[in-house]
Write a protein that binds this ligand. Structure first.
Ligand SMILES: Cc1ncc(C[n+]2csc(CCOP(=O)(O)OP(=O)(O)O)c2C)c(N)n1
Length: 639
């Protein structure tokens, strides 16, 4: 039988289907999502769980006239399939293909670009208000998960929406999961829906009985009030109603026809409405549904039949695993150390700490700013909190880093995972800004380890340091170096000469972070070429003599390899200060090896020259006249 999905080029084609066709369409969408995620990886569980919600929303509302705003955007695969991107869906997350998240430039149906959590309500409310001010028609819908609801930003949006009383539909996709099972008092509150369902059943029965009894209208009215008051006590809706929303639910988030009816009804309501839909993460794919840890939240390549990962080589231990082990060891030795994550127990490896030290490991929900200030409070009481967080998500807590931790010099350690380029998750997830945004923070010790052993030593350094400290490490496996049994703290502020000697005394290679290994390879290659050619390959403009700490290296007499996947901070004042600079460009999704192979680009996004400046003609000619002593130095600078 031909697929219904193949008939859909836009949401208008979807509206031509009969409501009874929708369950079949949902199944076809699921198959497409599973087949694609198996090849490209991606957010399988979240996308499978939201299929019916997305189909029903597109069936009732008219995108792009009506705006559909996603939270995180990791559940939007069905939306991509229904909005003219079916043919390119199999390219998702690959270089040049569709992005894994909604992006405004990709489609007019992607109302808001996203990747980080808890933005949907605020963005949607802004759109509602923007349309009102411009006198434009159209509804706005925000689709968010119960995990995203743990982020304070969501409540800031709900708070204003309830106050403004504009037409805004918030659909709460409640699967009781964040990446791992959802946490917090709010999550417990939402589980009241079970009580609420039982109550609804009980209320219906009571009404039937009452109808048959001879009673006056006043008595019936009194009983109705009593029932409603009791419902408020057992329903999660009271929270949203208190914030000014009309609460509808809980409804079955996989009954697509029921959802269509509900959305038709609420589309006629004035003012803010919240529909509370219950869903199952990973719905329709047994391996995902039965994975209790994350319900197939985000998977890399897997076998569709079994759901088992397909991995070409046995995975070496990742930086994440090694960090988590080092942290557990440190927690064992030092009772002052506590571990904090913002809804990333799995991603940061802190699940290990949670198992070994449940009392000293905190998952605070998707609440990075709170995580940092909570850590500051712990530090005030003599503890040594380690906030394990992805580089990209720490961006959200910038003021907390400066105001709550750094200015007060509190001993909080930030362990930044996924520093550098992260691959297929794309521009919202690149850990490219951390060194730029951290280096300027007063009192903060900033480090980037060259390898996993140094990472362990940096954790020890940070804790011993007694002030604010941060170190960032990349995604993926370590260098495979030998690990010290007990990591010793490093000397702060000293660079290290990794290799000395070689054919050129006047060439210094500076590197930080895991670029040190690339720098050693570059130095080796350079030395080999120098030796083979019997003349200099590189000729710096002035002679340099590095000190042990990396100082004294002439500004031009060095070949500098940056930290992998980092961006430079803005142009310093004095060099064209005041003049408008061209904005830097984001790094888009691709496999990590493709990203690593891309030529470096300058601030304007132009390709950097493939060959070093000194190899240009005139320079080489002059260099021949003044051969240099042969020595290549590699200096690693450490902040
Ligand atoms: C600010 C921020 N912190 C952390 C994350 C990582 N993250 C991605 S999805 C997710 C869980 C979202 O849960 P929920 O909103 O309930 O959606 P579900 O996956 O359950 O459908 C988390 C923590 C993020 N995207 N943004």
């Amino acid at each position: 039988m031909p697929r219904l999905l193949d008939r859909i080029e836009s949401p208008l084609d979807l509206k031509r289907l009969k409501p009874e066709d929708l369950p079949r369409l949902c199944e076809e969408i699921r198959e497409e999502i599973i087949a694609t995620c198996a090849k490209n990886g991606g957010h399988l569980g979240s996308s499978l769980g939201a299929v019916e919600l997305i189909v029903a929303l597109h069936y009732v509302y008219t995108s792009p006239l009506d705006r559909l705003v996603f939270d995180v955007g990791h559940q939007a695969y069905a939306h991509k399939l229904l909005t003219g991107r079916r043919d390119r869906f199999r390219t998702i997350r690959t270089e040049g293909g569709l992005a894994g998240f909604p992006e405004r430039h990709e489609s007019e149906h992607d109302a808001f670009g996203v990747g980080h959590a808890s933005t949907a309500v605020s963005a949607a409310l802004g759109m509602v208000e923007g349309r009102r001010l411009r006198g434009e028609a159209g509804k706005v819908v925000a689709l968010m998960g119960d995990g995203a609801l743990t982020g304070g930003l969501s409540f800031e949006g709900l708070n204003q929406a309830g106050y403004l009383k504009r037409d805004l539909l918030v659909v709460l996709n409640d699967n009781e999961m964040s990446i791992s099972p959802n946490v917090g008092a709010l999550s417990e509150w939402l589980t009241k829906k079970f009580a609420s369902r039982t109550f609804d059943h009980w209320r219906r029965t009571a009404k039937d009985i009452l109808r048959q009894l001879p009673r006056g209208p006043a008595a019936i009215e009194a009983i109705r009030h009593a029932i409603n008051a009791t419902k408020a006590l057992v329903s999660p809706g009271i929270l949203f109603e208190g914030l000014g929303f009309r609460y509808v639910g809980p409804v079955d988030g996989h009954d697509v026809q029921g959802l269509v009816e509900t959305f038709h009804e609420v589309a006629l309501c004035d003012g803010p409405v919240l529909v509370h839909a219950m869903t199952t993460k990973g719905k329709g794919y047994h391996p995902a549904e039965s994975d209790l840890a994350t319900r197939g939240h985000g998977l890399s390549f897997f076998d569709v039949a079994t759901g088992k990962p397909i991995s070409k080589k046995p995975p070496a231990k990742s930086y994440t695993d090694l960090f988590a082990e080092a942290l557990c060891d440190a927690m064992e030795r030092d009772e002052r150390i506590v571990a904090i994550t913002a809804a990333m127990l799995e991603g940061t490896g802190l699940i290990k700490a949670k198992q070994r030290f449940p009392d000293r490991t905190y998952d605070v929900g998707i609440a990075e700013p709170h995580a940092v200030t909570f850590a500051a409070g712990l530090a005030c009481e003599g503890l040594r909190p380690v906030v394990a967080i992805y580089s990209t998500f720490l961006q959200r807590a910038y003021d907390q880093i400066i105001h709550d931790v750094a200015l007060q010099g509190l001993p909080v350690t930030f362990a930044l995972d996924r520093g550098g380029l992260v691959g297929a998750d794309g521009k919202t997830h690149q850990g490219a800004f951390d060194l730029s945004y951290l280096r300027c923070v007063p009192n903060l010790l900033v480090m980037a380890p060259a390898d996993e052993n140094e990472m362990r030593r940096m954790l020890a350094t940070a804790v011993e340091h007694g002030g604010p400290a941060a170190f960032r490490f990349p995604r993926g496996s370590g260098q495979g170096v030998q690990l010290d049994a007990i990591p010793r703290p490093l000397e702060i502020g000293k660079a290290r000469v990794v290799r000395d000697g070689g054919p050129r005394p006047d060439v210094v290679v500076l590197a930080a972070g895991t670029a040190v290994h690339a720098a050693i390879a570059a130095a080796d290659a350079l030395a080999a070429r120098e030796a083979a050619r019997r003349r200099p390959v590189l000729r710096p403009r002035r002679r340099v003599r590095p000190g042990r700490d990396g100082r004294g290296v002439g500004a031009r007499g060095r070949l500098r390899l940056g930290v992998p996947g980092g961006v430079r901070a803005a142009r310093p004042p004095g060099r064209g200060a005041g003049a408008p600079t061209r904005p830097a460009r984001p790094v888009h999704h691709a496999w990590r090896r493709e990203q690593a192979a891309r030529p470096a680009r300058d601030r304007r996004g132009r390709r950097r020259r493939g060959r070093p400046r000194a190899r240009r003609r005139g320079v080489r000619r002059r260099a021949r006249r003044r051969p240099a002593r042969r020595r290549v130095s590699v200096v690693r600078s450490r902040q």
